[in-house]
Design a protein. Sequence first.
Length: 155
Amino acid sequence: MTDDIANRRFAGLPIVSSSKKMLYPVKMTGTPSPLKIKIQLYCGEEIAMGPGKADLLDAIDREGSISAAGRALGMSYRRTWMLVDVMNRCWDEPLVETLAGGSHGGGARVTARGREILAHYRALQHAALCATDGNDWTALRALLRDTPLETRKTG
């Protein structure tokens, strides 16, 4: 369940994560595609799941600790805990469970529901990214300029 999304290939293109945790198809030349797909699921005004939260779940699964996952992703301790709190409040069951401390310290684990949500979210990302292979994207890409025209001056 700790698949590194950056190593996956969708629609025949390698996928890389930017510093903002967005997924971009990249041409074999390494040039980012002009198509950026970012899926966010809302629970009221809160983002229940998005690319950053999915990456956080992967990191918690890998690191076994919320704070270690945050460090691995370059997030503050407070920010990491806030994201986990939002996820746990937005779904029918918690996605992350904390483990009591002791001589070996505490920790955290992604729950069965968390793994299920993450798998569905990653599948949704995959399906959306496969759109880069479709006729609609091909048609739009053919009509899209590589760079914008200069600003037109009026009067």
